[in-house]
Ligand binder design. Sequence first.
Ligand code: HMG
Ligand code: MG
Length: 300
Amino acid sequence: MTPHHVTIVEVGPRDGLQNEASPVSTGDKIALVDRLSAAGLPVIEVSSFVSPKWVPQMADAEQVFAGIVRRPGTRYSALVPNPKGLDRALAAGATEIAVFAAATETFSRRNINQSIDESLANYRDVCARAREAGLRTRGYLSTVFGCPYEGAVDPGEAADIAARLIDAGVFEVAISDTIGVAHPGQVPRVLDAMLARLAVDTIALHFHDTRGTALANVLAALPFGIATFDASCGGLGGCPYAPGAAGNLATDDLVYMLNGMDIETGVSLERLSEASAFIAARLDHPLASKYAQAAAAVRR
Ligand code: HMG
Ligand code: MG
């Protein structure tokens, strides 16, 4: 069941940089995306077309899309919360979009100011309009492994919402551990519930590494046949509406582990390390990625 090939969705430029306190210039964001393209990442979430009042760090999404050099075959995605975001994504030339729902009402309200039902109705329209324009839509489902406001989440109820997202028109659901509480004891329980409702090739996993369990969670998920994982270069990341959320699973650490397991990703670890070192020099803190730290120590 363990896949021979894994697709990595690089979310550093969006999930990572949306949460950095020190501002990163538009030029540096563009240079980061170009370095990630050169490293062979198959999908790069470039930015998000959300309200700049809610997430000012992503206000330059248009300029970032306009500045990047597109590598043939790479998918350049963006987060979209509503029809206005879709219009912006289409004008900017995103090659696919992603909508984002939550497994808990309080997080949904805090993150997008809508109930779960309202968001799913809104996303049904966004997916239909995106499809008409020739774009596929990915879906995120936040707080599946735990909610910062409501605590424990029932896997069966989360799976019902994931199935409703597919029904609304997304091609895959990124089952997300927004606050990094998941562990390898929980991952099989959640996947059992998801696989009872969804096809395996419509499930991706999105882990944050707040408690150091993200890589172990991937290892727990691989035997289920899950073959798409989100990660951010250097372990950048968090979520502005999830207090205490830390960086995503680090792409560097993930590629190193998968290389060791002979699972292909198409990503050059050397070039990825260059991308991580580039962005590290522009932040006010060291990168969380263990691999990036080791690579930096060797370079010194
Ligand atoms: P709202 O305030 O309820 O909506 O926000 P509104 O329609 O009343 O709009 C308010 C203002 O924003 C208006 O401007 C709109 O025009 C503008 P004003 O009239 O006041 O000048 N606006 C927009 N501007 C640009 N682009 C748009 C847009 N939409 C409205 N698309 C809304 C509702 C959904 C817009 C807001 O709540 C929002 O933008 N939320 C996004 C929050 C966010 O980005 N969170 C982080 C990403 S999710 C995440 O990180 C989790 C994930 O990684 C998975 C995981 O780990 O769990 C994906
Ligand atoms: Mg996230």
